[in-house]
Design a protein around this ligand. Sequence first.
Ligand SMILES: [Ca+2]
Ligand SMILES: [Ca+2]
Length: 224
Amino acid sequence: MSQRLGRAARLIAVGVILAGAVLVVVNPAQAADIVLDGAFADWLGQPVAPDPAGDAASTRTDLQALYFTHDAGGSTAYFMAERWQGSPLPLLLVLYVDTGNDGSYAGPNDRLVTVIYLPFPRGRATVDLYSGEGAYLKNIATSAAWGEAGSDGRRVEWEVSFADLGIAPFQAIRVQLVSLHGGALSDSVAEVQWSPANALGYPLLAGLTAAGAAWLAYRRRRLT
Ligand SMILES: [Ca+2]
Ligand SMILES: [Ca+2]
């Protein structure tokens, strides 16, 4: 199943990649040693790329946000996907990683991470890694308890090591999360440009493309 998902993801990638003005944000959030346990309080205050409701092919694949951070040691990237409505049905996700930060996700050094999230009954996740060209690289987790469990599961968290991504701390990358429905693209969160920092306390640099920038502007207006 995951091999097929990888091929579908590669084909879909061509149509997904978005362009837009990049807003660079100095985010004071510090590294977080996220625990992959299907509980999500540890994500509080971490960088987030939001996504609106009602823009997907189905409610169960309608994404609300991608959260992203890294460990204090600067060796592992963590991600968390959230959908607007809970469901017992599976959620198929692909995280595209542009490790060259050149706007292309299809190179041999780029990465695709496929996530199969099965909320019911135990909140399991299976995560696999591919190159940007679709070559299978490795299994990251099989039926791991990384998702919200039950009949209304909305969230799943996972990790990818910097080594598996082929990146060094501070290397600028772009990531984009999409959901699939029936083997086709359903929803996509705005592309994030991100420099995962290391353990020395440097600020995290993150940029969101147009949708994220608009959301931040909206938030700022509400706060002032
Ligand atoms: Ca957690
Ligand atoms: Ca959405």
